[in-house]
Design a protein around this ligand. Structure first.
Ligand SMILES: [Zn+2]
Length: 330
């Protein structure tokens, strides 16, 4: 597919052109903290150590030929802009951060529930997202390059509906693309419908964690609707990587190879580490952002996916998504 036009993409260290994006992972996290993480005062967040851990991961990605990643941590999940800037400056890597809010169940719902007693919170959220996208986040001057929204398992709550409406308004006002969280491969088609009915072009949406489902019909509904599917949880055992790779290969065979993006949803550092101490070593081994290259590409090759189709997943598709190239029906 030819790109309509080179476009500007905001990274945490300033704008780049879409031609500079290069090989890109679409969903990894330098750090997250579940709302309430501040309670873990016995384990204060050590940002210097976090920078060291994140720089190591980024260097391993650079060794594999990557030059860019999205950290779609929403506003209410411990998003740490200073950490992202420090790591980007230390490595020269393009890190794209997000505006937006997380799903109700694991996001900062309490704040918005309080505010909703007095005013239209969706309008407040819209103003917040637009301010971040145009003027920068807080006093950092850093502008997000993407908007994050999410839903829980089989349920789009009224809070999440307010977030989706605000994200759609902010996307339309600023021309920013959207990426989503789906829970266990549910509601991606519903997310697509809600956002497109609110005026967002389908091809400006990544339905994240689509690989949480192995249902080809579900995948094809999203693909036919003209959005990108995130196969972005390689290494997370809710679905095996063999099943994820097989689903990805089926979609490529069905002609949807131009609308799949890949990643791991790996989390490199935790604020208020919620894992039991005995599990942390195993979690750190599981959450690495290099698995697609070391383990998944060989599986895809075995399944008959061509090198060209594999190249498209990390290179052409992220660029087309940011450039806003329309995706035709299959
Ligand atoms: Zn994530």
């Amino acid at each position: 597919m030819t790109s309509p036009a080179e476009t500007t993409i905001q990274t945490v260290t300033g704008p780049i052109t879409s031609a500079e994006l290069g090989r890109t992972l679409m969903h990894e996290h330098l750090a997250i903290g579940y709302p309430g993480w501040e309670a873990a005062t016995d384990e204060p967040f050590d940002r210097a150590e976090a920078v060291r851990v994140c720089v190591d991961h980024v260097e391993s990605l650079k060794d594999l030929g990557y030059s860019s990643m999205i950290d779609p941590c929403p506003n209410d999940l411990g998003r740490d802009i200073e950490l992202m800037v420090a790591v980007a400056e230390a490595t020269g890597f393009n890190i794209i951060c997000a505006s937006g809010l997380y799903k109700e169940h694991e996001g900062g719902h309490a704040h918005w529930a309080f505010r909703s007693r007095f005013e239209d919170v969706s309008a407040v959220m819209t103003d917040l997202f637009v301010a971040e996208l145009t003027d920068g986040i807080g006093s950092t001057g850093v502008r997000p390059g993407i908007i994050k929204v999410g839903t829980g398992l089989n349920d789009l709550t009224s809070h999440e509906a307010a977030v989706f409406a605000a994200a759609a308004s902010a996307a339309s006002a600023t021309g920013t693309p959207i990426t989503t969280h789906t829970e266990d491969g549910t509601l991606g088609d519903r997310q697509q419908a809600v956002l497109t009915e609110a005026g967002v072009d389908a091809h400006r949406i990544v339905i994240g964690h689509s690989c949480g489902s192995t249902d080809l019909d579900y995948h094809l509904r999203i693909a036919n609707g003209g959005s990108y599917l995130g196969f972005d949880r390689f290494g997370i055992p809710s679905v095996s990587d063999d099943e994820r790779a097989a689903s990805l290969a089926r979609l490529v065979s069905a002609g949807a190879g131009d609308r799949i993006v890949v990643s791991h949803d790996s989390v490199w550092c935790w604020k208020g580490n919620p894992w039991p101490v005995a599990l942390r070593g195993r979690i750190a081994e599981q959450f690495v952002p290099t698995r697609f290259d070391t383990e998944i590409i060989p599986k895809l090759t075995e399944l008959g996916v061509t090198d060209e189709a594999i190249h498209r997943l990390t290179h052409d598709n992220p660029r087309n998504y940011f450039e806003g190239a329309p995706l035709p029906g299959l």
